[in-house]
Ligand binder design. Structure first.
Ligand code: SF4
Length: 470
């Protein structure tokens, strides 16, 4: 990319709401704009282009985005040349209606249109535009990310200290599962897997640019390659094979993935945890509820028994794997007895962490029309009970690391030490100054465990003891 330094460059800011898929989509939009000569601005009010990448999976994320959009009205009055763009799931769902409600919005762009962003921005002429399409045969462009290169060349600011050595890599889009509470199949479309060669090529580019840890991203990575051919020859190819092929890239130090529907978790994928050295022993396996009645109403297509069986199998391949989950409390019709079964699953699995939420109706989902809505007060009580017990379990699980020597990847060097991450995805704070850079791996001895993080000292013996809680 050749930039003409004599011309004033336009600036952009992207605010991201919601999930990791959105984080990656924002990176893609940032790259597309950087390639057109835009520079990233840290101050939203000063930017020429402001993009809100929205999420409608949870009511809270949507409300936050809408309130920021409302606040931008003033900024636009002050600087009428500012272009305001709304992307992501809320944009996909609301389309034209969003422009009618918010007349200061210049562009509403759908989840499958983000690659057209730069061209669409150029075409803005003072009247709001909507670019929303949804196709079942949509192809994700091959797309080789130059962003790490742009960052290293100083042409794009990397605002997060962890961003340049840890990257997300999207391997698929959309979802075919139609869980009754979820908007994703409607806002991101049917499940489509990217071509293997495109993914491997993108991973190579990332590693060559200095990325040490890659997280493969999809709504349900376990079903990668099932809905469309992903090899040139049209052979069968699974997510487990993809993990093995990406892990073989020389120079890559850590590999992770998210997220998975338990029903599609294969033994071959579980086996990867005992075979692939750089695959981090950490697994996010959303359970959502411990009650078979609720799971069936959610259309999750597995039972609590199958979930527990998968957990046991996973642990037989990798006993020290750190499991995390998602839980929804107060789904329509959830009784006290149903909720107790969710508490039982928590006791049985002893998740290292969980994301738990009160159920809320999302427009366009089937469960929004379900009867027997649970009282808000009851939902709050259940959520608080679940979170309180999860916090205790987090502390108990984390305490098992005390005294262990663990390899940690440095995320940030601070004034008084460093912040790093274990293979199990635990944050470790070290109050010691050493010569190191983000992305380096050092061994630390854990001396204190909190609910959400660990504290350690640099291990001078360099005697790494393995990951297990023995
Ligand atoms: S698996 Fe269910 S919850 Fe996950 S994205 Fe698909 S529909 Fe939504």
């Amino acid at each position: 990319m050749a930039l003409n330094n004599t011309m004033k460059q336009s600036s952009f800011t992207i605010k991201t709401f919601g999930c990791q898929m959105n984080v990656r989509d924002s990176e893609i939009m940032a790259q597309l704009l950087a390639e057109k000569g835009y520079v990233e601005s840290m101050e939203m009010e000063d930017a020429d282009v402001v993009i809100l990448n929205t999420c409608s999976i949870r009511a809270k994320a949507e409300q936050k985005a809408m309130s920021m959009l409302g606040a931008l009205r003033k900024a636009k009055r002050r600087r009428p040349g500012m272009k305001i763009c709304v992307a992501g799931c809320v944009a996909q769902q609301e389309g034209q209606e969003l422009c009618q409600r918010m007349d200061h919005v210049d562009l509403v762009i759908g989840t499958q249109n983000l690659y057209e962003l730069a061209g669409l921005l150029e075409g803005i002429d003072g009247t709001s535009k909507v670019a929303i399409s949804m196709s079942d045969s949509y192809e994700i462009p091959a797309f080789i990310p130059a962003m790490p290169k742009l960052i290293s060349q100083g042409e794009l600011q990397d605002t997060s200290p962890a961003r340049s050595f840890r990257k997300f890599l999207t391997i698929m889009q959309g979802c075919n599962n139609y869980c009754t509470y979820c908007v994703v199949p409607y806002t991101r479309g049917r499940e489509i897997s990217r071509k293997v060669n495109d993914i491997i090529e993108e991973a190579h580019v990332l590693v060559e640019a200095g990325v040490q840890e890659i997280t493969l991203l999809g709504q349900n990575v376990n079903s990668y390659g099932r809905t469309n051919p992903v090899t040139a020859e049209g052979n069968e190819y699974s997510f487990a094979q993809l993990l093995r092929d990406v892990a073989a890239i020389e120079g890559l130090k850590r590999l992770r993935f998210t997220t998975s529907n338990p029903k599609d978790l294969s033994l071959d994928l579980m086996r990867c945890f005992s075979e692939i050295e750089i695959l981090c022993p950490q697994f996010h396996l959303p359970v959502q509820s411990g009650s078979n009645i609720v799971l069936s109403k959610m259309n999750r297509k597995y039972t609590r028994e199958l979930y527990l069986q998968k957990v046991a199998e996973l642990r037989s391949f990798r006993p020290d794997i750190a499991l995390s989950t998602d839980v929804i409390v107060g789904f329509p019709g959830e009784t006290d007895a149903d909720f107790e079964q969710t508490m039982e699953i928590l006791e049985e699995v002893r998740f290292h962490s969980s994301f738990s939420f009160k159920y809320s109706d999302r427009p366009g989902t089937r469960s929004a029309d379900f009867d027997e809505k649970v009282d808000e007060q009851v939902k709050s009580e259940r959520l608080s009970r679940f979170q309180k017990r999860q916090d205790q379990i987090c502390l108990e699980q984390n305490s098992l690391y005390v005294g262990k020597i663990l390899p940690v990847m440095i995320e940030k060097v601070t004034e008084d030490g460093l912040v790093a991450r274990t293979v199990t995805n635990h944050i470790v704070h070290v109050k010691e100054k050493i010569t190191c850079s983000p992305g380096d791996i050092v061994n630390v001895t854990i001396h204190h465990a909190g609910q959400h993080s660990l504290n350690g000292r640099i291990d001078s013996t360099n005697q790494y003891q393995g990951y297990s809680h023995d």
